[in-house]
Design a protein around this ligand. Structure first.
Ligand code: G3D
Ligand code: MG
Length: 179
């Protein structure tokens, strides 16, 4: 059994569902610390993916960050990112590039930060017209050299897969040593 510690960040515009995705993945009984200086939540979770034991440290911004030095501290050392947009709000997909650039710039971990692009709230497709189409998400992800998945934090659809894909990407893009 290989053990890894993954610091990952949740990025994307406000209200796209970042915190809901984290909560859904964590289930009950997870531990969260609020870092007031950063305006960020820091959550731990241990689980197993394939033959690997993963200790996740999941960082989640509470609001929209006001200061650049805060952003820098938030991203520093992050090993991967879930970049989330809301399929019912096409503008949130446009916001993704600058989030990824910011994360990439400050992470300083690898030449290329592993990213999974997450189109969330797919349960709303039935009721809201003109949602972002799956193909548009795919094209965006390809342009970012990111993996792509669509999720619903409401129904739980594909939530574990988003994290599993990120874990696979982190492991394959890096030569991580055992803990
Ligand atoms: P954020 O952390 O990115 O800011 P939140 O986003 O997780 O706080 O979610 C913002 C709102 O979207 C919340 O609604 C939440 O319940 C809702 N939401 C998150 N994910 C989904 C989803 O997959 N489907 C649907 N239908 N709603 C979702 P409220 O009303 O509590 O503000
Ligand atoms: Mg949030």
């Amino acid at each position: 059994m290989t053990k890894f510690i993954f610091k990952i960040v949740l990025i994307g515009d406000g209200a796209v569902g970042k915190t809901s995705i984290r909560r859904r993945y964590m289930g009950e009984g997870f531990q969260t610390d609020f870092l007031a200086t950063m305006g960020a939540d820091f959550t731990y979770l241990e689980n197993q993916i394939d033959e690997h034991e993963i200790k996740w440290q999941i960082w989640d911004l509470a609001g929209q960050p006001a200061f650049r030095n805060v952003m820098k501290a938030y991203f520093k050392g992050s090993m991967g990112a879930l970049a989330v947009y809301d399929v019912s709000q096409p503008k949130t997909l446009e916001g993704i590039d600058s989030w990824i650039q910011e994360a990439q710039f400050h992470a300083e971990t690898f030449p290329e930060l592993p990213v999974v692009l997450v189109g969330n709230k797919i349960d709303l497709r039935e009721e809201i017209p003109n949602c972002v189409k799956t193909i548009s998400g795919f094209i965006k992800a390809k342009s970012l050299n990111a993996e792509f998945i669509e999720t619903s934090a409401k129904t739980g659809e594909n939530i574990p897969d988003a994290f599993t894909r990120l874990a696979h990407q982190i492991i394959s893009k890096t030569n991580l040593e055992d803990e």
